[in-house]
Design a protein around this ligand. Structure first.
Ligand code: AKG
Ligand code: FE2
Length: 331
């Protein structure tokens, strides 16, 4: 599969679920996040800290909880929830990290914001094999990784469902922007099966619903062998779930290959660019929405683009067998 993405042509949409916090709400989130950041043991991955975060997440401003609840019920056509005016303050940020597999360990206010909101949406989770199982991960450009198809790169990143190869994919991916790139134009590409299905001929939809595809693990999982054969579409034929990564999914026969190419073309037609600026957080419903990233120019001067990434599941019971001690990390 080619890894070259055309520049997206569509303007950002405004029909996804969204909330811009008022100054009062921003202040309330800042107080909660500061309280959490200073809660012992001040270590994000410690179960005691996660417990405190879960409890405090119930005190997020009411309008924020309402929009999260609506999104949990139905993620909308685009599968996106966009939150703006969160209390991320440039003067309080350290330099953007520039090392591979960068994660947050010690609690900070931005990490606390990401955790509070993720825990209000559902259960925060991570994968032991990826970035040491850290619950709050850094999406930052890394020197030498410019052309990699990972979140450390700065070339266009192909549209994908997060961890498409994995039997337990996260239900949601949360991205909180601490800093955008210098030109403030780097963006997350998003597109959903809900607004793309109608563009596909019936036979293609049928083929995509058959187990004629296989997906390899991403570089963040140390790559490796592809998982089992799987369909791209599953569930309701009228409103299916989607499982594909256009860099890592291969079709196992010619007709399936044709269907995969047609699907990618259709997704590129419906893709939009969600440009996250400082203090903006987006959730992507990983069951119906694909994401990718536009190209940007890193400078490696400490002021590069920096996102905190978190994964959220709705039903921890479903993965109990993969989470030792009923913790947050899938093995
Ligand atoms: O950089 C982005 O906007 C998204 C990168 C990505 O796909 C990820 O971190 O999972
Ligand atoms: Fe991703």
């Amino acid at each position: 599969m080619t890894t070259l993405l055309p520049e997206p042509v569509l303007a950002p949409a405004d029909n996804w679920l969204a909330l811009t916090l008022s100054e009062q709400e921003r202040h309330e989130v800042a107080l909660l996040a500061t309280q959490l950041a200073y809660t012992a043991p001040r270590l994000i991955d410690d179960p005691l800290w996660v417990e405190a975060a879960r409890e405090l997440s119930c005190r997020l401003p009411r309008r924020l909880q309402e929009v999260i609840r609506a999104y949990r019920h139905d993620p909308g056509e685009d599968g996106i929830l966009a939150l703006r005016n969160l209390p991320v303050v440039e003067e309080e940020l350290p330099l953007t990290p520039a090392v591979p597999d960068s994660v947050e360990r010690e609690a900070t206010v931005p990490a606390a914001i990401a955790a509070l909101i993720a825990l209000n949406l559902g259960e925060i989770v991570a994968y032991r094999e990826e970035k040491f199982g850290a619950l709050v991960q850094n999406v930052v450009p890394v020197p030498g990784r410019e052309t990699s198809q990972s979140n450390a790169g700065s070339v266009p990143l192909e549209l994908h469902v997060e961890n498409a190869f994995h039997p337990h994919r996260p239900d949601f991916v949360g991205l909180l922007c601490l800093r955008n790139d210098r030109t403030r134009t780097a963006g997350t590409l998003v597109t959903s099966v809900r607004n793309t299905l109608d563009l596909l001929p019936e036979r293609i939809v049928e083929v995509l619903g058959q187990p004629r595809f296989r997906t390899a693990p991403p570089p963040s999982f140390g790559s490796g062998d592809s998982g089992p054969v799987h369909p791209v579409f599953s569930g309701s034929p009228a409103d299916p779930n989607v499982r594909v990564d256009f860099h890592a999914t291969e079709a196992l026969d010619e007709e399936a290959g044709f269907a995969l190419t047609a699907l990618r073309d259709a997704f590129l037609r419906t893709a939009r660019t969600l440009v996250l600026q400082q203090g903006e957080m987006a959730f992507v419903d990983n069951r119906v929405t694909l994401h990718g990233r536009t190209a940007f120019e890193p400078s490696y001067d400490g002021f590069d683009r920096w996102l905190h990434r978190t994964f959220v599941n709705l039903d921890n019971r479903r993965t109990r067998g993969q989470r030792p001690g009923n913790g947050s990390v899938l093995v």
